[in-house]
Design a protein around this ligand. Structure first.
Ligand code: TRP
Length: 330
């Protein structure tokens, strides 16, 4: 617990899936033993793109908390809380926004791409809030003086911007208030969706996190395999098979053997899928059971989030006082 302090967050934007788990949460579970961690359900970030439809926001926050806890994030070891519950996030974002050049925000590579992607989806992202997304993210990290941020490829430009904001602040106000946060890169395992495209709720190709075994097995049965393989004895090409990609992630002991048998036409797709389903279901059984249990205890989930909020607030208030003093906002 002394490698430094981590801040990270996830947007509560609908049901969590196995791709999210392998991409980020699995790393957090490991990092919680090595760092002091603040993990936040970033509801304000969710508003930057979903401001027009907030009807599911509270449900999504609860669902995300349940996902995190059932995956094994420890609410004693880590500070787990909802971003908007600690008002200093909004206050610091506003203060940092005063000095963040527009050009820095406009040239974040994901900015224009995302607006374009969502064009025609009914979401209008030509807003002040969406442009300021990286400033809010910088505020999250800086409010706790985090030294490390676990990032995937998609967030590294945002972290770089945070570092620029930190340097500018420390220079402008002649005080080393903030450390420059470092990226903690971890080998994110990329899982495709069951149809081979990126796993995404909008494609309907996900395996929901905490899904019961029947659902996991059913999704595996739907996975596309080598289309040239008609009979079980035809040699298969694992490189074009979605099941193989999952075997590589979830069945590391047997994958080499399965690959060889597939190429030799000695194992059929049905059997290969069955074997994957068994592996995945035994790995996910504990998570599924924990999730079921926590779903029945909304009072407990609320307590966990309140406890985290209190602990986050102590740190946030202390740092905010120092930040404002440096800026002569008294
Ligand atoms: N932008 C991140 C995402 O969408 C979520 C996030 C918000 C975050 N604040 C953060 C991640 C601070 C790391 C640190 O994935």
């Amino acid at each position: 617990m002394n490698k430094g302090r981590i801040f990270s967050g996830m947007q509560p934007s609908g049901r969590f899936h196995l791709g999210n788990y392998m991409g980020a949460l699995e790393n957090w579970i490991r990092l919680q033993h090595e760092y002091e961690c603040f993990f936040s359900i970033v509801d304000l970030h969710a508003l930057t793109s979903s401001y027009a439809n907030t009807s599911k926001l509270q449900t999504n926050i609860m669902e995300m908390a349940i996902d995190w806890l059932s995956a094994g994030l420890d609410p004693e070891k880590n500070v787990i809380f909802v971003q908007s519950h600690v008002k200093e996030h909004a206050e610091l974002a506003l203060l940092l926004g005063m000095s963040t050049p527009l050009g820095w925000l406009e040239r974040v590579p994901t900015y224009k791409d995302k607006i374009r992607d969502l064009d025609g989806s009914g979401k209008d992202l030509h807003t002040y809030g969406f442009l300021g997304y990286p400033v809010l993210m910088a505020a999250d990290i800086m409010l706790y003086k985090a030294t490390c941020v676990p990032v995937g490829e998609d967030q590294s430009a945002h972290l770089e911007l945070t570092r620029e904001i930190v340097r500018r602040f420390n220079n402008m106000y002649h005080k080393e208030v903030f450390p420059e946060p470092q990226a903690v890169f971890s080998k994110a395992k990329v899982l495709p969706g069951i149809d081979g495209r990126k796993m995404s709720k909008s494609y309907g190709n996900t395996i929901p996190f905490g899904a019961p075994p029947e659902e996991v097995s059913a999704q595996i049965r739907m996975m596309t395999t080598d289309p040239k393989r008609i009979k079980k004895t035809d040699p298969g090409d694992p490189n074009v098979c979605i099941v193989y990609q999952f075997q590589k992630v979830f069945n590391t002991e047997e994958v080499a053997d399965i690959e060889a048998k597939c190429r030799a036409g000695e194992i059929g797709c049905v059997q290969c899928k069955k074997c994957l389903a068994e592996k995945m279901n035994s790995m996910l059984a504990g998570i599924h059971a924990k999730r079921k249990e926590l779903e029945q205890k909304p009072g407990y989930i609320k307590e966990v989030l309140e406890y985290g909020e209190q602990r986050a607030r102590v740190e946030a208030e202390k740092n905010m006082a120092e930040i404002k003093a440096a800026m002569n906002v008294l």
